[in-house]
Structures are given as structure tokens and as C-alpha cells.
Design a protein around this ligand. Structure first.
Ligand SMILES: [Fe+2]
Ligand SMILES: [Fe+2]
Length: 242
């Protein structure tokens, strides 16, 4: 019997169209994360980290290719009328990589801490998706391959964090947790703002505007047709502006 969260994952991945949408979105995120990690390899002065970051970036690019390939395969199998209208799904976040972190502004330790948490979350999420994708073995196989790499990313980032900042690793991880929490809060707040904005604009359009239109029509009915005489006190000579 799946947990309540397991049911959510099952629902999110049940529909082939949504499955394809999520895979294509994951492909973009993985490719974006790969580019950030290439940048991290460029800016680090640590040769061991540079080598690991390059391997990591290649893994992320391969994940992007795997997700894109499977997503396109699923789309090709969809009935023609349901294949359009791809939309993002916030219930299946996938890997967030460096989450728009400015790589140049980070030290190696902060970067490793942030990456470690991100890979850990991705590994947990992908393991959950593997568990609910029994009805789609090819997609499940993609996640299994990716999960294997994410577990390696999670492990090496933690080991390297201990190497480059042996005494401060715990603190760096807590700082990275707080930053991730803050970013998650901002994402939620902007999604909520968008949702509330849509409701308020819809109410204005469907209820407030028709009321004004009705009032304007009522006022127009009271107006006589054609020209109407101006009151004598307002009908002076045109010798001033007002
Ligand atoms: Fe990945
Ligand atoms: Fe990864």
C-alpha cells in the first residue's frame, strides 16, 4: 500500500501525456545543471574537483539526452489530439542542479554543500518515481540509470566537502539547507501570487466590470438625446482657459 506521497507520485506519473511533459522538463533542467557544473569546473582551482565536475557535467548531459529521448518516444505514441499543450508540473520537481546559483560567486565548499543536498533530493525523488512506474518499464529503466548516477553525485559531493572544508562541512550544509529553503519559499510564494492574481483578475473581469458596464448603461438611459442647453452660469464668454 503506497504512502499518501506515493499516491501523489502515482497520480502524477499515471498519465502518459503528463509523463512525457515531465520527462521533457527534466531534460531541460538536467542540461541546465550540466552547464552550471561545467562553469564550476572552469572556476575551481582544485584539480581533483575539476575532474569530478567534468565527469558530473557529462553525466547530467547524458541524463538530459535520456529524458528527452524517452519523452519524445512517449509523445510519438500519444493519440494525435492529446499530443499538444505541454505544461510544467510542479508536483514532480526532478533534479534542481545548482538552482540558478551564481557559480562564480561561490567557493568550492559552498558549491559542494549545495550540490550534495540537491543530488540527495534528486536521488530520493527518482527512487520514488521508479517505485510507481511499474506499468512503463522503459521510463522506469531511464530513471534507474539516472538514479545510479545521482547516488554517485550525492556521495562524491559529500566526500569532497569533507576534504575541502573538514571542520566546516556541517555548517556549510546547514547554510545550504537554509538557502534551498528560502528558494523553495520564493518559488511557492510566486506560484501562489500567480494563482491569486489569476483569481482576482477573473473576478474583476466577470463580476466588477459587468457591474460598471451596467451602471454606465443606466446612466446613459437618463441622458437626453442630442445637444442639451448649457446652464447660464457656465455659458460665459470664452476669455479664459477654465
Ligand atoms: Fe542528473
Ligand atoms: Fe546529478
Amino acid at each position: 500500500m503506497p504512502s499518501p506521497l506515493g499516491w501523489v507520485h502515482w497520480l502524477v506519473w499515471r498519465d502518459p501525456k503528463r509523463r512525457a511533459q515531465n520527462l521533457l522538463r527534466f531534460a531541460e533542467v538536467e542540461a541546465d545543471g550540466g552547464r552550471d557544473i561545467v562553469r564550476a569546473a572552469e572556476v575551481t582551482s582544485d584539480p581533483v574537483l575539476r575532474k569530478l565536475f567534468i565527469k558530473h557535467a557529462l553525466d547530467e548531459q547524458r541524463h538530459a539526452d535520456l529524458f528527452r529521448g524517452r519523452g519524445l518516444e512517449l509523445i510519438r505514441c500519444l493519440p494525435r489530439e492529446t499530443a499538444g499543450g505541454v505544461q510544467a508540473d510542479w508536483l514532480a520537481p526532478g533534479e534542481r542542479g545548482l538552482d540558478d546559483l551564481r557559480v562564480e560567486a561561490e567557493g568550492d565548499a559552498d558549491l559542494l554543500a549545495f550540490l550534495h543536498l540537491s543530488e540527495k533530493t534528486a536521488a530520493r525523488d527518482f527512487a520514488n518515481y521508479v517505485a510507481v512506474l511499474g506499468s512503463d518499464p522503459p521510463t522506469r529503466a531511464v530513471f534507474e540509470k539516472v538514479l545510479h548516477d545521482e547516488t554517485f553525485h550525492m556521495t562524491y559531493t559529500r566526500k569532497e566537502l569533507d576534504r575541502v572544508a573538514p571542520k566546516l562541512a556541517g555548517r556549510r550544509l546547514w547554510m545550504a539547507r537554509l538557502r534551498r529553503f528560502w528558494k523553495a519559499y520564493l518559488r511557492l510564494a510566486s506560484a501562489l501570487a500567480g494563482f491569486l492574481g489569476a483569481i482576482i483578475l477573473t473576478v474583476q473581469y466577470l463580476i466588477v466590470l459587468p457591474l460598471f458596464a451596467w451602471q454606465a448603461k443606466q446612466a446613459a438611459k437618463k441622458e437626453g438625446e442630442g445637444w442639451s442647453p448649457v446652464a447660464p452660469e457656465r455659458n460665459g464668454a470664452l476669455d479664459r482657459q477654465y
